[in-house]
Every structure is written in C-alpha cells, then in structure tokens.
Design a binder for this molecule. Structure first.
Ligand code: MLT
Length: 333
C-alpha cells in the first residue's frame, strides 16, 4: 500500500471514530438484554452493535450481551430500560406494543409482506415517527432493527393447513392483544405467555404450539419439542434494539452519535444475515426432523378472517385508520 493510501485509510478510520473528551461519561460496560438464545437475529444484531460501539468509542465503552432472557422477560426489560436500571434490550416488536400502542401497526396481521417492506417501513418516515412515539410513551429509544422473517406456526400435534385444523390445538402467543385477537379470528383462544417461559411450556406440553420465525425456532432449539411447521405469513418479525432514553440523554453528543451509528451498522448487518441465512436454517430444521406444510389455498382463509376482524379493532390504538392507510400506500397497496 502506498504511503498516501495508508494515510488516507488511517484518516478515514480516525474520522469514523468519535473523539471522546473529558466531558464525556466515564468508561462503561453497557448491558444488553436479549430475549432469544445466542445464534438468532437478536444475537447477530447485538454482537454487531457491541463490536461497533467498541470501535466507534475508541475502546472506551464496551457492551456485554445477556441472551436467553437472563435479564428478565422481554416485556420486563422495557420497564427496566424506562426506569434506567437497564441500558439496552433487543426484543420482538410485539413485546414493545403494549407500552407504545402505535407500534402495533407493525404487528397487525398481513400488513408487512416481505423483508423489503420491513426495511422500507422501519428505516423510513414511518419508522422515524414510531421511534419518537416510543420515546414519548415508553421512555425507550429504538436505535436499531433486527429483521427475523415471518413468524411461522409450530406445534407438536399435527400438520395444520386450514383454520379448522387449529381446533383443539393450544397455542402460546406473546402478551399482545393484536396477536391474541388474530388467533381469536381463527377460532381459538391462544394462551398469552412470556417468551422466557415458552420453551418449558412446550416441553411440558402445557401448550402444543407457538409462532416465531425460522431463525428463532432454530436458535431456541424448538425442533426438540415441536414437530410441525405451518408457513403462515401473518406477521413479519421485526426486533428493535432499544436504549433507555434517560441513559441515552446522559451521554455526550459524540457518544450519542456513536450509539446511533453503531445501531445503524447493526441494522444493516441484520438485514444481510436474514437474506443469507434463512434458507439454510429452514433446511437444517427439516434435517432435524421438522415437517413443513403450506396453508391451504394460499392462506386465503387465514388472511380474510384476520384482516377483517383485527384491523378495524385496532385503528384507534395505532393512531387512526389513516395511519394504516398511509402505511399501505407507502407499500403500494
Ligand atoms: C415472542 O414470541 O415473545 C418473541 O417474538 C420472542 C422473540 O423475541 O424472539
């Protein structure tokens, strides 16, 4: 490498790292709660965020990840972060909705229909508005997004292809009204349960099934306690990285910039990870004995029942029907 090139590479690296002055906060090891086991999209987002934070603060601040719900259930971590007793958390968007209802627009069934749509919404004007709403409502700031794919339905009893097949199957869902009502529209009362309790409940057959993306099913080793997968596509799983707003506001301007830039780099990494890994992970689940079926008739019955019963019920909580119409317009529908 020529001297000139060496100099310009070094200058670029230096420019990308913030210079931290005496007025910055003391060196810290930030804690990041992670609901899932290591190996899933939450873990990937957190690992990249940790690396970027170390680089961007010139090694001053470190980030330690706590997977497997070690720091509490996903919903509990929102409370902890709001109180400033936890720094960061990575969790499914449906577990943020109870604290900031307008985020529910991302949980309404069949709104987001692909990874491209998830990226467009989260990283555009809609995402920005939801970031502000979440600071206002829940005292936490979304600084990154993991993209995990569609939440497929798994169960230990039988292949489920139709709404009628759901009868007699007990399904765990997060404590989220939109998801509970979606299953209600399909004729069953799902069981609301914290994520941290789900594996044991499936293992002990307290419930027969649950829904989560392939990557999460794999990371959580649900293949050990579940046999069948139905490729429903009612919910594209988006998993934000949140920071306690009070902790964020205590940072210097340069540190805030480092946190936001690290969050963006981790988001880009998460998108790439899903694109590259999902197919291989699906194959691995099959090789481990899981059976995958598609819903009958292109999922039409599931779609019609859920959209007609659930969307109108939540217009108010997401900020009005106009909000959903606006999102659908951005998506070209
Ligand atoms: C849930 O089902 O509660 C969450 O989607 C789990 C997760 O964060 O992966």
């Amino acid at each position: 490498m020529s001297l000139v090139r060496k100099f310009s590479v070094a200058a670029c690296v230096a420019a990308s790292m913030m210079v931290f002055s005496a007025s910055d906060s003391f060196a810290k090891t930030f804690k990041v709660a992670i609901g899932d086991a290591a190996g899933g999209t939450q873990w990937e987002l957190g690992t990249k965020f940790a690396e970027e934070m170390t680089t961007r603060t010139g090694g001053k601040h470190k980030v330690k990840l706590f997977p497997n719900g070690q720091l509490g259930s996903e919903q509990d971590t929102v409370n902890e972060a709001a109180l400033g007793t936890l720094d960061f958390s990575i969790l499914a968007i449906n577990n943020v909705t109870p604290f900031s209802p307008s985020v529910g627009v991302f949980t309404l069934p069949y709104v987001i229909q692909s990874l491209d749509e998830a990226v467009l919404l989260t990283q555009g004007e809609v995402g920005q508005e939801l970031v502000q709403n979440t600071i206002r409502d829940a005292g936490v700031r979304i600084i990154g997004w993991a993209y995990s794919g569609f939440r497929v339905l798994t169960n230990s009893k039988k292949p489920i292809k139709t709404v009628a097949d759901l009868k007699g199957v007990t399904v765990r869902v997060p404590k989220n009204e939109i998801m509970l009502d979606t299953y209600k529209s399909w004729g069953i009362n799902a069981t609301p349960m914290a994520w941290s309790e789900t594996f044991t409940a499936l293992q002990q057959k307290v419930v027969d099934g649950q829904d989560n993306p392939y990557i999460t099913v794999h990371a959580m080793k649900f293949n050990e306690v579940q046999k069948y997968i139905t490729n429903i596509r009612y919910l594209f799983s988006i998993e934000p990285l949140i920071v306690s707003e009070s902790i964020f506001q205590d940072l210097s301007d340069d540190e805030k910039k480092a946190v936001l830039a690290a969050g963006k780099a981790a988001t880009d990494h998460s998108e790439k990870f899903l694109r590259e890994q999902e197919t291989a992970i699906k194959k691995d689940l099959i090789s481990k004995g899981m059976e995958i079926v598609d819903p009958a008739n292109d999922e039409k019955e599931f779609i019609d029942l859920a959209t007609s019963a659930v969307w109108p019920k939540f217009y108010d909580s997401i900020g009005g029907k106009d909000k959903l119409d606006h999102v659908l317009k951005i998506l070209g529908r």
